[in-house]
Design a protein around this ligand. Structure first.
Ligand code: T4K
Length: 368
């Protein structure tokens, strides 16, 4: 018999009865979307949890990024890491803004502030940094660069819901921060996302843009799009918020089990997180070093042939994908660490769908 297939990103699902109850209420009210009661409740609970003034929910993280970029009036060039999911770069290019790919710090895998400063030109209007795998960027240095050069700073926090930086929840930094609540994120609303900000004027603008620019019935005051979250997505969000501590605890326990095994295997290293901070532990990032007997891709094939569907997030880097590879053929010359790190890493399955036995199975493959 084949072993069970293990996926990276298998969704966490909270209390089903509670979710069904919410869905019944939605049907009873016959109010399915357009800022219904559950979306409003969800936004309040999110803002409380993050300790931030405004949380504007969205239909997904990509549209949330696009709206945030537009609300900040970014144009010309925006500095962004290449070591990220393609949506970060696309959200800029979609609006004809050039993503200027910047190298990462090889220790943290996050955008390197020294490199950021090197890429600033008269056309630069902002920095779009990514808290990759949930590990916060060097926020203070990025903010001081942004202040010095009069640039906007926003964060793609798609991986960092539930994480803190110096004791403060991610969601409170820069001009705004953007979360994804996609099914594959440890906290999901099927599809969904939100923009968190402490800036009242920006929040107001984002709300208008998210709903076609409507300022009241029959009155459009702004160009906008449709970024609204549905009631059923908010029902999933409210349900999963109640299970959030359990999800994080399970992720942490999975991480520690993996770590016990992996620390004994020569040539493999698990990405570490700061113990003093709150962390969601949702990405298990394995570094395959040169003294491991297999290359990263050989190990990936071996895992896949045993139904362990590890992923190479985020190889080969945005700059090596179209249209960026054609638009910016020389970008790789300044992305040495990105290329090296992207070639070494694998993401392993975790979350509530993964049992202790599953981890034993994965680690036995890594060991054998
Ligand atoms: N910024 C960053 C840094 C991001 O990582 C993302 C999304 C975004 C922005 C954009 O946010 P959204 O617009 O997506 O809200 C997946 C997700 O679709 C994507 O949300 C996520 N990042 C990215 C890292 O992963 P793919 O293309 O790898 O998806 P796919 O279909 O290959 O599925 C991934 C894994 O999840 C597979 O092993 C299968 C498993 N899976 C997937 C789904 C949908 C399940 O087990 N159950 C499911 O329901 O992008």
């Amino acid at each position: 018999m084949n072993d069970k297939t293990l996926h990276v990103g298998a969704p966490n699902i909270g209390d089903r009865e509670l979710f069904h109850k919410y869905v019944d209420e939605i049907f009873d009210r016959r109010w399915l979307t357009n800022r219904g009661r559950l979306v409003q409740d969800f936004e309040r609970e999110l803002a409380d949890y993050l300790g931030v003034k405004h949380c504007i929910t969205m239909c997904n993280g990509t549209i949330a990024l696009e709206i945030a970029i537009r609300a900040l009036n970014l144009r010309g060039e925006v500095i962004v890491p290449s070591m990220t999911f393609i949506a970060t770069a696309h959200a800029l290019q979609w609006q004809e803004i050039k993503p200027v790919f910047c190298d990462i710090d090889p220790e943290t895998y996050c955008i390197d502030p020294i490199e950021v400063e090197r890429h600033i030109t008269p056309n630069t209007t902002g920095i779009l940094a990514v808290h990759l795998y949930g590990r916060p960027c060097d926020i203070e240095r990025l903010q001081s660069i942004a202040d010095k050069h009069d640039l906007n700073l926003l964060f793609d926090a798609a991986h960092a819901f539930g994480c803190s930086h110096q004791g403060q929840m991610i969601g409170n930094f820069g001009d705004c921060e953007v979360f994804s609540f996609h099914a594959t994120k440890f906290f999901n609303t099927f599809e969904g996302g939100c923009i968190a900000t402490n800036d009242d004027a920006l929040a107001k603008k984002i709300r208008l843009m998210q709903n076609f620019g409507f300022q009241g019935m029959d009155n459009v005051g702004y160009i906008g799009t449709n970024g609204k979250m549905t009631e059923v997505a908010a029902a999933m969000g409210l349900t999963n918020l109640k299970s959030l501590p359990d999800f994080m605890e399970i992720n942490k326990s999975n991480y520690n089990t993996y770590k016990t095994y992996i620390s004994r295997i020569r040539g493999l290293k698990l990405m570490e997180f700061e113990d003093s901070e709150t962390c969601n532990w949702q990405y298990l990032v394995l570094e395959v070093k040169s003294d491991y007997p297999l290359t990263r891709d050989e190990l990936l094939n071996k895992l896949h042939s045993s139904n362990v569907l590890a992923r190479r997030y985020f190889w080969p880097g945005c700059h090596n994908m179209e249209p960026y590879r054609s638009y910016q053929p020389n970008a790789k010359l300044l992305l040495r660490h990105t290329e090296e790190v992207a070639a070494r890493i694998l993401t392993l399955p975790t979350g509530t769908a993964v049992s202790r036995d599953d981890i034993d199975r994965v680690c036995n493959i890594l060991k054998s």
